[in-house]
Ligand binder design. Structure first.
Ligand code: PMP
Length: 387
């Protein structure tokens, strides 16, 4: 091979041509992929060395943080939502049309980026307890940001309800240019379908269908449902496992068909907010994007904050992998699934976003990674709160 073979990033569908190759000039300038949208999807998949060695399994991570617009799997969803709305004639570039969304961050960042690229404004409603990095990013992108206090879904000012209402008010106001579009990631089929059409097929082709389990958290449920709906009929015996942070009701929804844990059924007040440091996954209500694939989810693993923090440190320490909280939950659950299945199995999970987006909350708690090369996987999986 030429030097270009070595320059080619493994896993990405990037073809670098050797300029001395006569066919290199077959590429015409008009063939260039256009715009930031072209960097969405086709994310690399790689083996996490430390966890694979420790479990005797092949634990594969799909690097969704390398989606190039908003740097998370939500790029796929945001692009699909905006493209569908354009096709339906609901959005006209540079007309003042504004996309409204309720989001804990990632979807907002992806929408804000793609709206910029396509000539729309983005208005993001976000609970005020999320990491400030995400709000700062949204502001830098020029999105309008409405931070709202965390509230139950029945509250009219809950972040999703507020976004829906603001979109309707915009459309109804003749004094305002353009229309309001409610992106609606929790209920829209454009969400799970982005994963059914992208993430799922990519995993199938990157593994050759040789995988035993797919492990993922759920915020809207779009990822786990879309991937499960695509992969289950195509990969015999595939187990789909939900990675659920402490405080989330989805674990019980998968295990027992009900949403709330025993304590809550006994009359404790329903939590309006998942009681965890983990952002982006775990909810206590039914969403269409989770329900559309729920019957295909075989099991759930509950992950504590302490396990997530310990795993995040472990991955930096052993592998140089620096990830956010939901990715860490995914890795804890993937490891548990590997240990349950036993050596020789292949487990795929997702790395959703970078630790950089969680420096001031999750990573502030995780702490500086010391050289603790003696840490065992048992210590990570049995992590207890540090005093
Ligand atoms: N990880 C992060 C960082 C997220 O923001 C989200 C979605 N809010 C998820 C994972 C979960 O993805 P989904 O909504 O498809 O269930």
């Amino acid at each position: 091979g030429s030097i270009f073979d070595r320059l080619r990033p493994p896993g990405r569908n990037v073809e670098l041509k050797d300029a001395t190759d006569p066919h290199a000039h077959d590429v015409q300038p008009t063939d260039y992929p256009e715009g930031i949208e072209s960097t969405i999807g086709n994310t690399p998949i790689f083996k996490i060395k430390s966890l694979s060695e420790a479990t005797g399994c092949t634990i594969l991570a799909k690097a969704e943080f390398l989606n190039g617009a908003g740097n998370s799997p939500k790029d796929r969803v945001a692009l699909n939502i905006v493209s569908r709305a354009e096709s339906a004639g609901l959005l006209t570039p540079h007309s003042g049309d504004t996309v409204y969304e309720g989001t804990v961050g990632s979807t907002g960042i992806s929408l804000a980026t793609i709206c910029r690229a396509r000539g729309y404004h983005a208005h993001i409603c976000i609970p005020s307890d999320q990491s400030p990095e995400k709000t700062n990013l949204l502001l830098a992108l020029g999105a309008t940001v409405s931070p709202v206090p965390p509230a139950p879904i029945v509250d009219t000012n809950q972040f999703v309800n507020l976004a829906r209402r603001l979109a309707a008010e915009h459309t109804a106001d003749p004094a305002r240019p353009g229309r309001g579009l409610f992106a609606d990631q929790f209920e829209s089929e454009a969400n799970w379908h982005a994963h059914f059409a992208g993430t799922g097929p990519e995993i199938l082709s990157q593994t050759g269908g040789k995988l035993d389990a797919f492990v993922s958290g759920a915020g809207t449920g779009g990822t786990i449902s879309g991937v499960a709906l695509f992969l289950k009929p195509r990969v015999k015996g595939l187990k789909v496992v939900l990675a659920d942070p402490q405080g989330s009701g989805l674990f019980n929804r998968v295990r027992y068909g009900v949403m709330f844990d025993a304590k809550e059924r006994e009359g404790t007040r329903r939590r309006h907010q998942v009681d965890t440091i983990v952002e982006g996954i775990g909810i206590n209500r039914v969403t269409r994007n989770f329900e559309v694939g729920r019957e295909l989810v075989d099991d759930a693993v509950r992950v504590s904050d302490e396990q997530a923090l310990a795993m995040a440190r472990w991955l930096v320490e052993k592998d140089g992998i620096f990830i956010g909280s939901s990715s860490s939950v995914n890795c804890v659950a993937a490891t548990q699934v590997a240990l349950q299945m036993g050596p020789g199995h292949t487990i795929v999970t997702l790395l959703c976003d970078s630790g950089a987006r969680h420096l001031s909350k999750f990573w502030a708690k995780a702490g500086v990674v010391a050289d603790a090369s003696g840490t065992s996987l048992d210590e990570v999986l049995n992590a207890v709160p540090r005093t």
